[in-house]
Structures are given as structure tokens and as C-alpha cells.
Design a protein around this ligand. Structure first.
Ligand code: C5P
Length: 216
């Protein structure tokens, strides 16, 4: 059987895991899946239909209809969709449907970088590499504010920080697949680290693992 290579990246919103995942997928020529988009697609479907976010059976139907090849980041990246995604992500049946699709994606050669909240713990517990990317809530809020301002928008730091803290609580506090580092994850705290430094640190972890595999 061909061995597919899997890199699992988890962490809270705004820690820089998306950028890191993209850089690593490019560098190691692996497929890339931002699993947050799958939860966002479910939330977006309910919002579009005007259905409440706690309508579990509608959320399950929307989850079954998620097509990984058709996830539209431009539509799904809206802040409100992220907030709504964390509400539908608490339902175990919705998670099971999406996790199956994510595992199928991970199994496709040559392998993939997947980023999310439960990749190293639930989706790909046998991943070759697990990274847990984090940063303080204040740093994440500052980055988000800078991002908004860089495209000409305005926002309030205290509100962004409160949003981030609320989302962390929901993601870390849920009963099914809460956000937490896998026991064998490498921790990368990007609070005082530029993305380039985080990329280099991740590469050194990955290259070590690859060198050991090649020797074995
Ligand atoms: O990463 P992103 O902000 O796009 O994720 C949106 C929400 O989807 C998260 O706040 C989380 O509740 C949920 N999610 C999840 N498991 C994943 C990825 C995202 O529960 N693997």
C-alpha cells in the first residue's frame, strides 16, 4: 500500500495555522484542506435558508451535501459565518459526517496537510506530524485588527478580543472533539514569532521525522 503522508495542524482561531498549512503544503507538495471551511459551509447553508443554527437535522443534511472540491473561501470567510460554524460544530452527528469526508481527503495520495481543531486528536490520530499552533488571545486579536485595518476597515480591539475569547471557550469547552493538543503534538507558540519563523520551526520538526523514516 502506498504510504500517504499526513500533517495535522490544530489550534485556536487566528493563531496563524492557515498560513502555516498553506506554506507547508506548497513546500512538501501535499494536498491542503482547511477543515474549518467544512463547518463554515454547514453554517452558511443554514443561514442562507434562514434556519436556526440548532436545527440538527437540517445541519446533518447540509453536512452530507458538503463537497470538499467546492468550498468557496470568499463566501465562507465572513466573520459571522465563523461564529455560526462554531455553533453547528458542537453536534456529534454533524461532526461524524464531516470527519468522514476529511479522512477520505487525507487518504488520497500523496497525502495532505489538514488544519482545524481536532485533526491530531480525532480526524487523523495516526498523522505523521502533529503541530499545535497557538498564540495569546491578545496577540490574535491584534493581528485580526491589523488585518481588518489593512483592507481599509475599522474595528474595535475590545470587541475582537471578546469574540476570540468566546470562540475559544466554545471550541475548547464542547463535549465532542474539544480543541486541545494531541499528546504527541509539537507545540508552536506564535505569540512572539513571525510566520516565517513558525514555518522554519515546523520544517525542522518535519524534516527530522522524514530523515528518521528514510533511515528506517
Ligand atoms: O478555523 P475556522 O475559524 O474556519 O473554524 C470555524 C469553526 O469551525 C471553529 O470555531 C470550530 O468551532 C469549527 N471547527 C471544528 N473542527 C475543525 C475545524 C473547525 O470544530 N476541525
Amino acid at each position: 500500500m502506498t504510504h500517504v503522508f499526513t500533517i495535522a495542524i490544530d489550534g485556536p482561531a487566528g493563531a496563524g495555522k492557515g498560513t502555516l498549512a498553506r506554506r507547508l503544503a506548497d513546500h512538501y507538495r501535499l494536498n491542503l484542506l482547511d477543515t474549518g471551511l467544512t463547518y463554515r459551509a454547514v453554517a452558511h447553508a443554514l443561514l442562507r435558508l434562514g434556519l436556526p443554527l440548532d436545527n440538527v437535522s437540517a445541519a446533518e443534511t447540509a453536512a452530507r451535501q458538503v463537497d470538499l472540491a467546492k468550498l468557496d473561501r470568499a463566501v465562507l470567510s465572513a466573520h459571522a459565518v465563523g461564529e455560526a460554524a462554531s455553533k453547528v460544530a458542537v453536534f456529534p452527528t454533524v461532526r461524524r459526517i464531516l470527519v468522514e469526508k476529511q479522512r477520505d481527503f487525507a487518504r488520497t495520495p500523496p497525502g495532505a496537510v489538514l488544519d482545524g481543531r481536532d485533526i491530531g486528536t480525532v480526524v487523523c490520530p495516526d498523522a505523521d506530524i502533529k503541530l499545535y499552533v497557538t498564540a495569546s488571545a491578545e496577540v490574535r486579536a491584534k493581528r485580526r485588527l491589523a488585518e481588518i485595518e489593512s483592507i481599509g476597515g475599522t474595528a474595535n480591539f475590545a470587541e475582537i478580543l471578546a469574540d476570540i475569547q468566546r470562540r475559544d471557550e466554545r471550541d475548547m469547552g464542547r463535549a465532542d472533539s474539544p480543541l486541545k493538543p494531541a499528546a504527541d503534538a509539537h507545540l508552536l507558540d506564535t505569540s512572539e514569532m513571525a510566520i516565517e519563523a513558525a514555518f522554519l520551526a515546523a520544517m525542522s520538526v518535519i524534516d527530522d521525522v522524514l530523515a528518521k523514516k528514510n533511515k528506517a
